[in-house]
Design a protein around this ligand. Structure first.
Ligand code: URA
Length: 187
């Protein structure tokens, strides 16, 4: 049977793709390991790579604000990324990198067993919900993925670049709050 300890130890010195050659730290994930709600981002940025923790840079500050708007904080949720190591220059993670990393996130999801998953941005939504996912068209819609309720909203970095998307993201958060009330016990 799998355990968080086994997973962390298996993942710790991962060399499955070339991102291991440029990383400062592998960014495993953070938060409540039995959370009913998991957020999945794309991959570490510069600050995350330096600290070894997801969403600690400017996008992370906005994610904290977004959580606060619906009475959540980091300690109540689990936060992970599609790829655990920073793609140089913050480019999109390549398909081969995502595939090489998929086992780690798969095991995180299985161990955490969240009722709800929120994908942050296009890359996570395509990997988790549907390869044909289009964030502008499909954000805020709830999907059943392997028995879990999943939706995607705009990535906080996209909201920093384009504040015009924030009202739509706020509607997604309201929908998330409603879903939490409907299916979660501990949050
Ligand atoms: N963007 C992400 O997708 N993940 C992080 O951890 C930080 C920024």
């Amino acid at each position: 049977m799998d355990s968080w300890q086994a997973l962390k130890s298996d993942c710790a010195d991962c060399r499955r793709c070339s991102l291991c050659g440029t990383r400062h730290n592998l960014v495993f994930g953070v938060g409540r390991e039995d959370a009913e709600l998991m957020f999945i981002g794309e991959g570490p940025g510069e600050q995350e790579d330096l600290k070894g923790e997801p969403f600690v840079g400017p996008a992370g500050k906005l994610l904290d604000d977004m959580l606060r708007m619906i009475d959540l904080d980091r300690s109540m949720v689990y936060i992970a990324n599609i790829v655990k190591c920073r793609p140089p220059g913050n480019r999109d993670p390549l398909g081969v990198e995502q595939e090489a990393c998929a086992e780690w996130l798969g095991r995180q999801i299985a161990l955490c067993s969240p009722k709800l998953i929120v994908c942050l941005g296009r890359i996570a939504a395509k990997a988790i919900i549907d390869p044909e996912f289009r964030i502008t068209r499909d954000h805020g819609v709830w999907y059943d993925v392997g028995g879990r309720r999943c939706m995607a909203t705009y990535h906080p970095s996209a909201l920093l670049r384009d504040a015009g998307k924030r009202p739509e993201a706020f509607m997604d958060l309201r929908s998330l709050r409603k879903e939490i009330r409907a299916v979660c016990d501990s949050i």
